[in-house]
Write a protein that binds this ligand. Structure first.
Ligand code: NAD
Length: 349
């Protein structure tokens, strides 16, 4: 399979194709860059339609982890793993142990954690089978930390775009009210925002609506809602040629990874006057919390301090983008690449 000419291949250091006949494991571990430290990023289990689709996801997600860790000022590189399969039907202890064996053989070049389809219980199993799993019971569920970081990023967007210090009275549409989305809804309601939500799982949407108060709309209706902020908290690739023209929001700020279908969609948002909070900048909260496992030290106060620091970090990206007349997504990518280049240069000295 051609990897080097894949559209998402970006000088990734290593791409490991993992297969174990006995357990039925088919997985890909993509290590994008280890200049700043060992690659760290979750493991996703998803019923990909093809190996090509899985590879594309692994390449994109691992690069986003490099950028996320760099901008979060963590001494970690970027990596991500994908297991091909339906987590509800095909996930079992043998399969996960087999995956852990591949991670172990990388000898600490890649640390794995939870992601879609892989929960904390699964990570605990991985940690029993290998030395390189993080995001365990010690640091807890990352989702409330991700949502809080996202909320701080959203506050920065409101400050920059609307000149307001508070979200009180603003309307926010949230796409996907799973682990992160439902916590974010709570943060937003506490801040006095009104909510319009959707989820492909109607029970999840009904639950959030009953608990915090929100109008529920059908999944395909979420883009065209008359709101101040659109917050994607479900899948990637949802900012594209079809959806961007439908948006009435002046801000897009959410937790989902890889929201832009293609790099050019960052410019498309910018051209429409929509302020985009780069996903990997504002969704770093879970990583800031869980990485305590890797470093063997966890300071809850320090984590909260760093989460609120995402406000300033996001604001700086908006200001630079405005001064330079460039899309925020490009500015964030450049900033991350500059941090890595500086570290690489200092290592050579
Ligand atoms: P989750 O699976 O718990 O929640 C996602 C929700 O989105 C589910 O309720 C699902 O039914 C819904 N959904 C899926 N497709 C949808 C669609 N087309 N329209 C509407 N709803 C849809 O996942 P999560 O942990 O909440 O993560 C959400 C996103 O944030 C993912 O992209 C994830 O990669 C990213 N993220 C999560 C964390 C974290 O700490 N959990 C950290 C960083 C990034």
């Amino acid at each position: 399979m051609p990897v080097f000419d894949n559209s998402e291949y970006d000088n990734h250091e290593q791409v490991l194709f993992c297969h174990d006949r006995e357990s039925g494991l088919f997985a890909i571990i993509a290590i994008h860059d280890t200049t700043l430290g060992p690659a760290a990023g979750g493991c996703r289990m998803w019923p990909y339609a093809s190996v090509e689709e899985a590879l594309l996801d692994a390449l994109r997600l691992s690069r986003a982890m490099t950028y996320k860790n760099a901008l979060a000022d963590l001494p970690l590189g970027g990596g991500k793993a994908v297991i091909i399969g339906d987590p509800f039907k095909e996930k079992n202890d043998k399969l996960l142990a087999s995956f852990a064996g591949f991670v172990q053989r990388l000898g600490g070049q890649y640390y794995t954690a939870e992601d879609i389809g892989i929960g904390i219980k699964d990570v605990e199993l991985l940690a029993r089978e290998c030395d390189y799993a993080f995001g365990l019971a010690t640091t807890g569920d990352p989702s409330p930390f991700t949502s809080l970081g996202c909320f701080h990023g959203m506050r920065a967007a409101v400050k920059h775009k609307l000149g307001r210090d508070s979200l009180h009275g603003l309307t926010v549409s949230v796409q996907g009210v799973g682990n992160v989305g439902r916590h974010l809804c709570k943060n937003l309601r506490e801040a006095g925002a009104k909510l319009i939500i959707t989820d492909v799982n109607p029970e999840a949407a009904a639950h959030v609506s009953e608990n915090v108060g929100a109008k529920v709309v059908a999944p395909e209706e979420i883009y065209s809602q008359d709101v101040d902020i659109f917050s994607p908290c479900a899948r990637g690739g949802i900012l594209n040629d079809d959806t961007i023209p439908q948006l009435k929001a002046s801000i897009v700020a959410g937790a989902a990874n890889n929201q832009l279908a293609e790099v050019r969609h960052g410019k498309m948002l910018c051209d429409r006057g929509i302020l985009y909070a780069p996903d990997y900048v504002i969704n770093a909260g879970g990583m800031l919390n869980a990485s305590g496992d890797i470093f063997g030290q966890y300071d809850a106060n320090q984590v909260m301090k760093r989460l609120s620091g995402l406000y300033d970090a996001t604001l700086r990206i908006f200001e630079t983008a405005q001064q330079e007349g460039r899309p925020t997504s490009e500015v964030a990518d450049d900033l991350a690449r500059q941090i890595i280049a500086a570290k690489r240069a200092s290592k050579k000295k």
